[in-house]
Ligand binder design. Structure first.
Ligand SMILES: Cc1ncc(COP(=O)(O)O)c(C=O)c1O
Length: 400
C-alpha cells in the first residue's frame, strides 16, 4: 500500500504549470525562450490598487479577518454584480477566497457526493475535471467543435443531462479558446437548464472584462433570472486587474451554499490575505478606466497572432471573442515529421518539438480536452508575439 492517498491517483498536476516550468528550465540553461504558456497579463497591477494595499499595511490591517471576506469587500462585490451584471446579491450571499480557483474548489468540495456528475464543455480550463475528481464527482464532457467557435449547443447539453447531474459548469469567455457566448447562444442553454430543476449552474466569469469588438459579456443568472436560485456566479480580480499574485476570487449565490463553502474554507485556509482583500476593494470600487485601453491592446495582439498563425502551413486559427487566448487546430500537421526529426503524432509531440527546436512554449490541446490543438496566451509584448509566430511559421514550413 502506498503512503499517498488513493484520491490523488485520480488527478494530474496542472499541465500549464508544467510547461511554464519546462520553459523556465530551458531559459535558465541560456536558451532563448518565448513563453506563450502562462495565463496572466504582462502588465503591472494598477497604481491605485497597489496604493490601497500599502495603505492597508500602514493602517495595521494585517490580522485575520472573517473567514470568507471583510464586509467592505463583500459590499464592493455586491455593487459590482449590480453595476456590471444587473444581479442583486446581499453580502451574506457572497464568498471571498484565495483566487477564483479556491472558490471553485470550495463549491465542489461543499456539494459533491460519489456518483454526482458535473457537465464540463470541452475544451475546458485544465483544473475543472481534476477539482471534480478530487471532490469525488464524475466529470462529463461535451465537445465544443471548432466549426461552431468551440461553443456547445442546446441539444448537446440536453443529451448530457442525467438524473445524476449536479452541476453544469460554464465559462465564457473561455480559457483556453477565448470563445464568448452571445446572449442568444447562452439563452439557448439556460432554456434547457430551466427544464431540469435538479441541475445547478456554476459559471466561471473570470474573463468577463476581456470582451472584444461587438461581443458583449453576459452571465447565466442575468440571461435567465429563473436560474438565480441555483446558480453560483464565480469571478475574481486576477485577470482584468492584473492581480494574479494577490490571490483574490469571489462568488455569489444561494446563502446555504455560500455557508457550506465557508465551512470548507474555515477548515483549510481561513481568510484570504487581508492586504489583498483591501486591494480588491479598491480594484472593484476604484476607477475602471484602464480596462478599455488594455482591451484595445489585447485586440491588437489577438489579431496579430490570429493573422500570423493562419499564415502558417497546417494551422487554422479562429478569431475569438475574448480572454487572451487562441486555440488553433494543427490537424494538418499530424503525421508529419519536424526538421529536428520528431514525428508529430499528437499535439503534445507538436508542443514539445516546438519548444525544443524553436524555443516557443505553448500548451498542447490534450491538456484542455480537445486535440489536435495548442493554446497560445497572447498576454505578452507585441514584439515577442511577432517573433514567436515567425518561429512557429518556420517550424511548420519545416514539417515534411
Ligand atoms: C477560467 C479560469 N478560471 C479560474 C482561474 C483561476 O483564477 P485565480 O488566479 O483567481 O485563482 C483561471 C486562471 O487561470 C482561469 O483561467
Amino acid at each position: 500500500m502506498t503512503f499517498l492517498s488513493a484520491t490523488l491517483d485520480r488527478v494530474k498536476p496542472s499541465p500549464t504549470i508544467a510547461v511554464t516550468t519546462r520553459a523556465a528550465e530551458l531559459k535558465a540553461q541560456g536558451r532563448d525562450i518565448i513563453g506563450l504558456g502562462a495565463g496572466e497579463p504582462d502588465f503591472d497591477t494598477p497604481a491605485n490598487i497597489k496604493a490601497a494595499a500599502t495603505q492597508a499595511i500602514k493602517d495595521g490591517k494585517t490580522k485575520y479577518t472573517a473567514v470568507d471576506g471583510i464586509p467592505e469587500l463583500k459590499q464592493a462585490i455586491c455593487a459590482k454584480f449590480k453595476r456590471d451584471n444587473n444581479l442583486s446579491y446581499a453580502p451574506a450571499q457572497v464568498s471571498v477566497g484565495t483566487g477564483g480557483k479556491q472558490v471553485l474548489y470550495n463549491a465542489f468540495m461543499a456539494t459533491l457526493n460519489p456518483g454526482d456528475e458535473v457537465i464540463i464543455p470541452a475544451p475546458y480550463w485544465v483544473s475543472y475535471p481534476d477539482m471534480v475528481l478530487l471532490g469525488g464527482g464524475t466529470p462529463v464532457f461535451i465537445e465544443g467543435e471548432m466549426s461552431r467557435g468551440y461553443k456547445i449547443t442546446a441539444d448537446q447539453l440536453e443529451a448530457a443531462i442525467t438524473p445524476r447531474t449536479k452541476w453544469f459548469l460554464f465559462n465564457s469567455p473561455s480559457n483556453p479558446t477565448g470563445a464568448g457566448y452571445s446572449w442568444d447562444e447562452l439563452k439557448a442553454l439556460t432554456d434547457v437548464l430551466l427544464k431540469h430543476p435538479h441541475v445547478w449552474v456554476m459559471t466561471d466569469d473570470m474573463y468577463e472584462h476581456l470582451a472584444y469588438g461587438a461581443f458583449t459579456f453576459c452571465t447565466p443568472a442575468e440571461v435567465e433570472p429563473g436560474l438565480y436560485d441555483r446558480t453560483l456566479t464565480v469571478n475574481g480580480v486576477s485577470k482584468a486587474y492584473a492581480m494574479t499574485g494577490w490571490r483574490i476570487g469571489y462568488a455569489a449565490g444561494p446563502e446555504d451554499l455560500i455557508k457550506a463553502m465557508r465551512k470548507v474554507q474555515s477548515q483549510s485556509t481561513s481568510n484570504p490575505c487581508t492586504i489583498s482583500q483591501w486591494a480588491a476593494v479598491e480594484a472593484l470600487n476604484g476607477t475602471q478606466e484602464f480596462l478599455k485601453p488594455n482591451n484595445d491592446m489585447f485586440i491588437r495582439r489577438r489579431d496579430l497572432v490570429v493573422d500570423a498563425l493562419n499564415a502558417c502551413d497546417g494551422i487554422t486559427c479562429p478569431r475569438p471573442e475574448g480572454a487572451f487566448y487562441v486555440y488553433p487546430s494543427i490537424k494538418d500537421c499530424i503525421g508529419k515529421t519536424s526538421a529536428g526529426g520528431t514525428l508529430i503524432d499528437t499535439d503534445e509531440a507538436f508542443a514539445t518539438a516546438l519548444l525544443d527546436e524553436t524555443g516557443v512554449a505553448v500548451v498542447f490541446g490534450a491538456a484542455f480536452g480537445l486535440s489536435p490543438h495548442f493554446r497560445v496566451s497572447y498576454a505578452t509584448a507585441d514584439s515577442a508575439l511577432a517573433d514567436a509566430c515567425g518561429r512557429i511559421k518556420t517550424f511548420c514550413a519545416g514539417l515534411t
